[in-house]
Write a protein that binds this ligand. Sequence first.
Ligand code: GLY
Length: 434
Amino acid sequence: MRVLVIGGGGREHAIAWRIAKSTKVTNIFIAPGNAGTVDDEKIVNIDLGSDYNINGLLKFAMEENIDLTIVGPEKFLVEGIVDFFKLKGLSIVGPTKLAARLEGSKNFSKSFMLRNSIPTSNFKSFSSAIEAKKYIKNQSFPLVIKADGLASGKGVTIVHSLADGNFAIEDYLEKKRFGSSSASIVIEEFVAGREVSFIALTDGKTIFPFPTCQDHKRLLDNDQGPNTGGMGAYSPVAFVDQQLYERIIEEVIKPTIDGMKNEGSPYTGFLYAGLMISSNDEITVLEYNCRLGDPEAQVLMMKMNGDFFELLKLTSNESLRKFNSYENFWDSHASLGVVVAAGGYPENPELGKKIEISPDLHINDNQLQLFHAGTDLKDGVLKTSGGRVLCVTVLESNVFMAREKVYLGLKKVHFERMQYRQDIGENIENKKNN
Ligand code: GLY
């Protein structure tokens, strides 16, 4: 079978690496991939240049007789790549353009949750800065201000005062900080608690839930500094016990899939619910994403033993109910990954820095993987080419051992002004069972 993976980040490296293990897969094309994806003999990087768009990808998939396409980044899903591929009879995993509004429009997703009694915080949406400023005058702080559209994980600001709120409203709505993505905003109540990323795969009928993950979105230790795409993750999350796990499926995942079906835009593909869990285990949905998370994908792919290709192929054929290889599909070990970012990330990442990886970093399929993201190999020299550069990911008996191994591994990676958090997975609860 011939597979196309779209994207070039750590998530896509991990997806391609895992799919390559399927005996059913002969070739994986990854567009554009990165300097790490070429290490597997089944994987070929595809540079479509200015044709790296839906039409170019569709043409490639048809010419190369691709049997299954996996979409990494949300942008293509929100633009409707699944609709175009399906019209041509091609197999692809992901939601249609209408269904991808769950991620593509915060106003849509919040209103959808309200209509379908899915737990989320109170909110209002605005496209007028005057109206938004008038509204926050009578609200209590902190408040959360979100760009309506896609903003690479950076379109969320928590404001603690009226002055901060007014500044953010001007920044988003008047200065259009995120272009058309912040032509309207959502203002919502701040919810305190512990964050969990809950990801499930669905063909619109059957649900295949993944183990829980916890991401660390802020740039600096102790959740300080600006929001990023994610600086490190681990799985499983010990405070989500079996009962809470099942409640998340019943209270969030199932009603989301049922609600989308009832509203005429059935949801298929990865459904990622960003959740906040309160001290008394109340669940609040912060947001939806319509794809695998990054770096959640890296830790999940390490934990996966089963045939990912088979699971995805059944999903794209709307026959996920036929999947029956559950036993040992997930490794019982814990996985943890720490992202190494370029200096200046997230605002102005420094590109073109030479990356040195010590040969005694023992990259090993089962225990330690170095997933590449913003890397480029030119004339035999590995250089940074993006904000998030690498993700050192380890599978170990528990999160604490995985963490120790990751941080030892990180000492063997070097480039000028590299930055990474020192506290990924440090403050987890229930240490014994993790
Ligand atoms: N790690 C967060 C995300 O993928 O959106």
